[in-house]
Every structure is written in structure tokens, then in C-alpha cells.
Design a binder for this molecule. Structure first.
Ligand SMILES: [Ca+2]
Ligand SMILES: [Ca+2]
Length: 153
């Protein structure tokens, strides 16, 4: 890509503002999900505000991965320090959260990665849960790379 073209892409991204999301057509554990997003030049999705949470839900609802009983990895974990959640894309602390009742519960001290659950049968409507990073296999949401990284060009 020429420098001009890259500059144009950055301009378009800033102009549009909102993030773009993508749900690959495969399920993976949290680590593999993160790797997969990065190979696409994206990040496992972060959710930094209620507005972003709402935008993310709106996106998922329009995809074929949406149902009344589904779950998706997002890019937050407390792998580095128990109980301290950070975004894998930039290491920033998780500030906005939408935990389900009694979550995060860190069952058996093994749950360190965050998923969004939409399961109307158990009354968990787009709520967050901590889950086992390696053994749990599910769909995941990638987003366009963090703007702070793009700015460095
Ligand atoms: Ca944990
Ligand atoms: Ca949990």
C-alpha cells in the first residue's frame, strides 16, 4: 500500500468514527480467538462504554451468529492479575462492565476471560461472565484495530 492510501484509510476511519466488527465463522478458545483477530489485522472486541455496548449488540443481532442462546468472547481478561480486568488490545483497565448476577465468580479460580452471553432462557440478556479461557470454545467478536495504534503511523 502507498503512504497516500494508508493516510486515506486512516482519514476514513476517523471520519466514520464508529468501530467495525466482524464475527469469524468458527469457534475457538479465548487465546485462539485473540490470535485469529490479530491475524486479520483486528483485535478481540473491547467495550468501553454503554454506547459501544449497544453498538456491539446491534451489530451481533444482524449476523447469522445471533440467536436466543448464544455467547461470544470479547477481549478482556484478568489473566495478569486475578480480579483486575484489562483489554487485550491495549492493556487498559476495564471500566464499563455489564456483569450478570453473581458474576464474575472465578469458579475454581479458573475463570479469567470475559464472554458476552445472550440467553433469554436463563434470563441473561447481553450480560457478561468470566469463563475458562482455554477449555471454553465459542464464537468471538473482532473489531477494527485500536485507533491509538493506527495514529502511530
Ligand atoms: Ca479470574
Ligand atoms: Ca463465571
Amino acid at each position: 500500500m502507498t503512504k497516500k492510501f494508508i493516510t486515506l484509510l486512516i482519514f476514513v476511519q476517523f471520519t466514520l468514527g464508529a468501530k467495525r466488527y466482524f464475527i469469524p465463522n468458527l469457534k475457538a478458545n479465548w487465546h485462539k480467538a485473540n490470535e485469529f483477530c490479530v491475524t486479520l489485522g483486528m483485535n478481540l472486541a473491547s467495550v468501553k462504554s454503554l454506547v459501544e455496548h449497544t453498538e456491539l449488540i446491534r451489530f451481533v443481532e444482524k449476523t447469522d451468529k445471533f440467536s436466543n442462546a448464544t455467547r461470544f468472547w470479547i477481549g478482556a481478561s484478568d489473566l495478569a492479575e486475578e480480579g483486575v480486568y484489562t483489554w487485550v488490545s491495549n492493556g487498559h483497565l476495564v471500566t464499563f462492565t455489564n456483569w450478570a448476577d453473581n458474576e464474575p465468580n472465578n469458579v475454581n479460580d479458573t475463570e479469567h476471560c470475559i464472554e458476552i452471553i445472550h440467553n433469554t432462557y436463563v434470563n441473561r440478556v447481553w450480560q457478561w461472565n468470566d469463563r475458562e479461557c482455554r477449555s471454553a470454545i465459542e464464537y468471538f467478536i473482532c473489531e477494527t484495530a485500536d485507533k491509538q495504534c493506527i495514529e502511530q503511523f
